[in-house]
Design a protein. Structure first.
Ligand SMILES: [Zn+2]
Length: 438
């Protein structure tokens, strides 16, 4: 399989190299031979279309991989100098029942194991293969860290699922979350309760790694642009930065590293609204990721003070790519939030049939909310989505692993979708180069 893969990869790359800008998908099929003297076969076997693969990462590229497992959030980011970051590694473990999306590629491995395979595959040519410089946990729900019910037994005092399973197969140098070391916001009991009971495994995992494997653990530093930094050639890529915008009711003011309080622990009882938020910038390109940040006081939720998106969006400002908050669920993606960000591309990570819900999807595409073209991607799209969204879902591009590849300097990027049903990651959809919205 490897030699075939190398062959088709070369064909794909030759075709891409020969293509003018603005011409992308399907070029590999143009490489054919023809002998006019040969009688046509009356019943020809169609030639298989050669598979095409994501061209290898090169220094200067910022690659943002939204990994599809069907069971939760996970984003793997390769920064321009090869510094690596994983954002969440969920495993909801079937907690959503029939409303959940099936696992991909299949159930022969757990989501954490599939994530580790993915990271090892796409990091093999990096300065330090199979290693995460940062693992960043946005908040403590099962679809972002793992769950105890389907986790496997471990030998170090904690179960293996989600991020703790990833740690079995991939080296992790630093872990950053919203609670270390005391987990007091709003209280340790609230965090453990909302985690489905997995927080205690996660906490044991952190302590084991700190004590036995040298992993550094840090609390998310709201307002800072110096916590997520490049590890190899920071001086060469001064136009790359990550700003920590929000967590735990504390919002960056937009000035220096200053922050202000939106709410206190006594105001709230919901984990999503505490999610850590970042804005990653590379030249004129920028990317917003905010975990399961909530937008308003939807009647399905009892908690107060859920209107977090709009003030966060005002501080974040315009972005090129938005990873939709809370998977595009009904309490997210408010119009005024979208008006602040005006994203050109929106990526929705999916583990439930309401990811996205019809309301947020309609706001994302509504030209009255903000002007300009925008394109929507989801990591999974099932028959359940088709029946829930109907024709409105036709705006969504083919589902799979969603890759944002930003080219050197950050003025252009291209979107790739990789097949999540197989383990050699062929490209099933790609765009032309896109000029960053300014
Ligand atoms: Zn979530």
């Amino acid at each position: 399989m490897n030699s075939r893969r190398d062959f088709v990869k070369k064909v794909g790359m030759m075709a891409m190299a020969a293509s003018a800008p603005g011409f992308a998908a399907g070029m590999a099929t143009a490489v054919v031979s023809c002998d006019s003297k040969t009688e046509p076969d009356p019943d020809p076997e169609p030639d298989p279309t050669p598979a095409e693969y994501l061209p290898d990462w090169r220094e200067g590229y910022l690659d943002i991989h939204h990994i599809a497992t069907g069971q939760g959030d996970c984003t793997f980011i390769i920064c321009p100098d090869g510094t690596t970051m994983l954002v969440d590694a969920g495993d909801v473990g079937g907690n959503y029942g029939a409303s959940g999306t099936p696992s991909v590629p299949d159930e022969s491995k757990t989501p954490g194991e599939w994530i580790a395979d993915y990271v090892n595959h796409f990091s093999k040519d990096l300065p330090v293969p199979g290693t995460l410089d940062y693992a960043w946990i946005t908040h403590f729900h099962t679809d972002h860290i793992g769950n105890p019910n389907t986790a496997k037994a471990g030998t170090n005092g904690y179960k293996l699922g989600g991020i703790t399973m990833v740690g079995e197969h991939v080296a992790i140098k630093k872990i950053i979350d919203r609670g270390w070391p005391d987990y007091s916001f709003p209280s340790r009991a609230a965090i453990e309760g909302e985690s489905g009971g997995f927080w205690k495994d996660y906490y044991a995992f952190l302590n084991y790694r700190k004590d036995h494997q040298g992993t550094e653990i840090e609390k998310f530093a709201t307002g800072s642009n110096a916590q997520f930094v490049l590890k190899h050639k920071a001086a060469q890529y001064g136009d790359f930065s990550v700003r920590n915008i929000y967590a735990n009711g504390i919002l960056w003011t937009g000035t220096g590293a200053n922050a202000k309080t939106l709410y206190t622990a006594s105001d709230v009882s919901d984990e999503n609204m505490h999610s850590c938020v970042i804005k990653m910038s590379y030249g004129s390109f920028s990317y917003f990721a905010g975990g399961d940040l909530s937008g308003y006081n939807h009647p399905n939720y009892a908690s107060k003070k859920r209107e977090i998106e709009v003030p966060v969006g005002q501080v974040a400002g315009k972005v090129t790519v938005l990873k939709a908050n809370h998977h595009g669920t009904y309490d997210s993606t408010q119009p005024d939030f979208l008006r602040s960000l005006t994203p050109q591309t929106i990526v929705i990570t999916v583990c439930h049939v309401l990811h996205p819900d019809a309301g947020p999807l309609s706001r994302m595409v509504d030209p009255l909310v903000y002007e300009g073209d925008r394109t929507i991607y989801t990591t999974r799209y099932t028959d359940g989505h088709k029946s829930k969204l109907g024709a409105a879902g036709n705006v969504i591009k083919p589902a799979g692993h969603i890759i944002v590849r930003v080219y050197a300097g950050g003025a252009k990027y291209r979107m790739f979708v990789l097949d999540s049903e197989t383990t050699d990651y062929p490209v099933i959809y790609q765009t032309d180069e896109i000029n960053v919205n300014e």
